[in-house]
Design a protein around this ligand. Structure first.
Ligand code: ASP
Length: 301
């Protein structure tokens, strides 16, 4: 029997890891654990970048992206630009299991969720609306068309007792994004990737940059080639930074729109993480060491 392990992006990923650990310890699949772990974060209104209470777009609407991947057979389920469903990760699960497709967007995804009776619910909270108003005012006063900060993703990677690997993501994307904008999080290979043959990876930060390097796929490929999860995160992120800095200031990022971070797990449950800024912490727990740890990612300088 394999010793399970699970990790999630950001300190708010603690609740995801707590839920996922309990399920993995009961012998449930990595896919179930990742879905349930992400649902816990989506339902927490105090997490202001995922699910209920997530950041609204420039029109004041919350549009959510989410994805799940099964490392056994590389099956993917993803949704983008979904409104009115607190748990887009469960729509992604339906896409993975019930459709011949991998990605459904907007109204099509919502209609599919309705057909399976998934719960609808409000996503805007008093606090997310207030933050949105302030951001809009600041943007108007500064005559600055740039997007607001305050975006994050819950990305979860897990190894279950059978040795199966899974990855998942969920986010409201960039604050004040254009309606219909889709980030890296529901794009296979960019925001997430999982392959039993090597491991899994997820990303968080500016999706427009992460997707240019197909970062999650790059990390898993490096692990396939023999790199550890830590080496693969550092190497893949560094390669992208080296390429992008020829045209953009992405090293030692201070601007929100140039920040990127990655998290990976290998077939033994070892994790790695890297960021181009000093603020990325992740939550991690294993069957071996039952303590939930918050770990700071290595900075690519
Ligand atoms: N990667 C997400 C997106 O671009 C946001 C984030 O993780 O900060 O939609």
């Amino acid at each position: 029997m394999v010793q399970w392990a699970i990790a999630a992006t950001w300190p708010f990923g603690q609740s995801a890891v707590r839920v996922g650990s309990r399920l993995l310890d009961q012998g449930m699949s990595g896919l179930d654990a990742v879905e349930q772990a992400i649902r816990a974060v989506e339902l927490d209104p105090s997490v202001d970048s995922v699910g209920v209470g997530g950041v609204p777009n420039c029109e004041g609407e919350v549009q959510l992206d989410a994805a799940l991947m099964r490392g056994q057979d590389l099956a993917v389920g993803a949704v983008a630009g979904v409104k009115g469903f607190p748990n887009p990760i469960s729509i992604a699960r339906l896409v993975l299991e019930k459709t011949p497709h991998h990605l459904l967007v907007g109204e099509g995804a919502e209609r599919y969720a309705d057909a399976y009776g998934l719960e609808r619910g409000p996503l805007l909270t008093a606090s997310s609306l207030e933050t949105w108003r302030k951001r809009r005012e600041k943007q108007a006063q500064a005559e600055d068309p740039s997007l607001g900060g305050g975006h994050d993703t819950v990305g979860v990677v897990a190894l279950d007792m059978n040795g199966d690997i899974a990855a998942g993501t969920s986010t409201s994307g960039l604050a004040l994004k254009l309606p219909g904008r889709v980030g890296d999080s529901p794009l296979v290979g960019s925001g997430f990737y999982a392959d039993n043959a090597a491991g899994a990876a997820v990303g968080t930060g500016c999706g427009e940059l992460i997707m240019r390097g197909c970062l999650s796929f790059a990390i898993v490929e490096l692990m396939k080639g023999g790199a550890s999860a830590q080496q693969a995160c550092e190497e893949a992120l560094n390669r992208l930074i080296c390429r992008l800095e020829q045209c953009l200031p992405v090293r030692n990022a201070t601007e929100d729109m140039t920040k990127m971070a990655v998290l990976a797990i290998d077939q033994k449950g070892n994790v790695g993480a890297a960021a181009n800024h000093g603020e990325f912490d992740f939550a991690y727990q294993t069957a071996r060491d039952r303590e939930l740890r918050i770990i700071r990612a290595r900075i690519i300088a």
